[in-house]
Design a protein around this ligand. Structure first.
Ligand code: OOG
Ligand code: MG
Length: 255
């Protein structure tokens, strides 16, 4: 039997102190069930420090993302208030190991959602939808991991920025996206890259959290997953996600 709380301490301390750790290999390699249990235990440690849950993030919901990290499976992680960066806010690289940014769609829940739901049921549970950026920061050396590693590490969650909320019936199924650093495009894509339509990510979120005894609660934010490969952050850079029809979302990295 593995002492899963020990694994939780390792990933949580790596995130808290922004220090890279080796992957879990050999006898330490984590099964999917063990990895999600480690994730839950590591989040419990954050909650013990006074953070609170604000939602979930979906990961590897686009081919671009799966190919970038070499893990071909949709995963999820837990978001806390401490991970939120205000729109137009500043991020300090010192708090991260090797952060990257990716453009996403964020949903704000109006009704509880869990289990096997249809696209219509998922949409009906949405209060609002927004352009968003996720800052991911794998705690593993060289940003290299197997499925169990990344899930245990809360699916690389480290920060998120949400732009202007829009009405829930706003069509975000196929919107062009430009991710810019200092006005220069570094990634280009479409929200359609997210499982063909980001609402499918919400359906997947409802199913996956229920498997772990959770419900997407009213007021929760669901990050639908990166629409493009992630771009490495650099000190001093201004990051802007430009989304067709729904506007921009931005932040700055401290010099
Ligand atoms: C894993 C997390 C993936 C996404 O949006 O696909 C993710 C990683 O790439 O480190 O957040
Ligand atoms: Mg992401």
């Amino acid at each position: 039997m593995k002492d899963l709380s020990k694994f939780a301490e390792i990933v949580d301390e790596a995130a808290r102190t922004a220090n890279a750790i080796p992957q879990f290999v050999g006898d330490d390699a984590l099964s999917m069930d063990e990895a999600y249990a480690v994730q839950a235990l590591s989040i419990a440690r954050r909650l013990d420090r006074g953070e609170h849950r604000v939602g979930v993030k979906m990961g590897l919901t686009s081919r671009q993302k799966m190919e970038q990290v070499g893990v071909p499976e949709v995963i999820w992680g837990r978001l806390t208030n401490a991970m939120r960066i205000e729109e137009s806010g500043t991020l300090d690289m010192a708090n991260y190991v090797h952060p990257r940014v990716e453009p996403e769609i964020a949903y704000l829940m109006k009704k509880p959602l869990a289990g096997d739901v249809s696209l219509m049921e998922a949409l009906d549970a949405v209060e609002a939808v927004a352009p968003a950026l996720e800052i991911i920061d794998s705690r593993y050396e060289d940003f290299k991991f197997a499925l169990g590693d990344v899930v245990a590490d809360n699916s690389s969650s480290s920060g998120f920025v949400v732009g202007q909320w829009h009405a829930p019936d706003t069509d975000v199924s196929n919107l062009g996206i430009l991710l810019k650093f200092d006005g220069r495009p570094v990634q280009i894509g479409s929200t359609a890259a997210i499982l063909g339509n980001p609402v499918r990510s919400l359906v997947a979120a409802a199913r996956m959290v229920a498997r772990w005894g959770e419900t997407l609660q009213p007021g929760a934010i669901v990050m639908a997953g990166g629409a493009t490969a992630a771009a490495h952050l650099q000190p001093g850079v201004h990051v802007c996600g430009e989304f067709q029809n729904i506007g921009n979302v931005e932040f700055r990295v401290a010099p």
